[in-house]
Design a protein around this ligand. Sequence first.
Ligand SMILES: CC/C=C\C/C=C\CCCC/C=C/C(=O)SCCNC(=O)CCNC(=O)[C@H](O)C(C)(C)COP(=O)(O)OP(=O)(O)OC[C@H]1O[C@@H](n2cnc3c(N)ncnc32)[C@H](O)[C@@H]1OP(=O)(O)O
Length: 289
Amino acid sequence: MNIIRTVRSVAFSSIPNRTLSTTRSLSTPSAQYTAFEVNDKTGIATLTLNRPPVNSLNLELLTEMRNCLKDAETNKCKGLIITSSSNSVFTAGLDLLEMYQPQDERVKSFWTALQSMWMELYGSKIPTAAAINGHAPAGGCLIATACEYRVMLPNFTIGLNETLIGIVAPKWFVSAFLNVVPRRVAEQAITQGKLFTTAEAHNVGLVDDVVNTKEEAIAKCEQFIGSFKNVNPYARALTKQQFRIKELQELEQQREKDLQIFLGLIMQPSVQKAMGIYLEGLKKKSKKQ
Ligand SMILES: CC/C=C\C/C=C\CCCC/C=C/C(=O)SCCNC(=O)CCNC(=O)[C@H](O)C(C)(C)COP(=O)(O)OP(=O)(O)OC[C@H]1O[C@@H](n2cnc3c(N)ncnc32)[C@H](O)[C@@H]1OP(=O)(O)O
């Protein structure tokens, strides 16, 4: 891959207890919806989702996320932090326009890219952390739970709300959720399509910490990644794999079947109708604001 390396100085003087540092921006020429930077001092990469207004995950954004993850691993970064450039939305989840009245080839590529992105993030060798600085419904929650650590800002929401849109959270969405939330809580919440407030999410273990600012959230993620500094990275990666291999193998072996189930479900007229009504509701709400 053709990676452009630019060196960009970032003054951290406004952030207490931090020495001046630099970040390298590694970005592919086509990067449109993401910013990817590596802190030269800590070796930690930050992937910032930047697809206004709500960072909905379309094929291009998913592809860029995969490229960033690959860059972080190839460059032997100490860890990866995922965050958002928005002040109110981490990501609104999958771009509903990819699934509403979709084109055949595009929707297949979209779902395949989502499967790949999830497997690469969930199974990543390097430590991963989510600085959730906004709402994280559905696919947003999927990204957060694929990471090893989550910190969230107050008064936002997170969860798997698919049933409220008339769609179903696939098994692999649920499996990562089950890593962090007790089974009984998960079953009730996911069948109800419940979105947890930050405080509720913290209470059930869906997020590990709550802080007030994005800077604090990034610092917490850095602290988490830094906690592995005395651990052999190879031993760490293999140990992580032992915890995650089952879900990864399950999806890898069922990829085609999962795609066909997805296509079968979203192409049902009743599902298309429900999605259309949901989208219309979002647009009406957006116009009122
Ligand atoms: C066995 C089963 C196997 C397979 C299963 C089969 C299929 C289904 C699996 C699919 C899994 C799906 C996962 C998903 O992620 S679906 C998406 C779920 N997301 C949501 O429900 C969130 C919807 N959005 C919101 O609630 C709000 O937008 C949000 C995030 C709280 C932010 O609010 P706000 O800042 O006020 O922004 P607006 O609501 O005004 O939105 C601005 C603008 O963005 C449009 N928009 C919002 N979300 C999406 C989205 N997810 N996709 C596309 N577009 C979105 C919104 O309509 C507005 O558009 P406008 O043109 O009016 O500006």
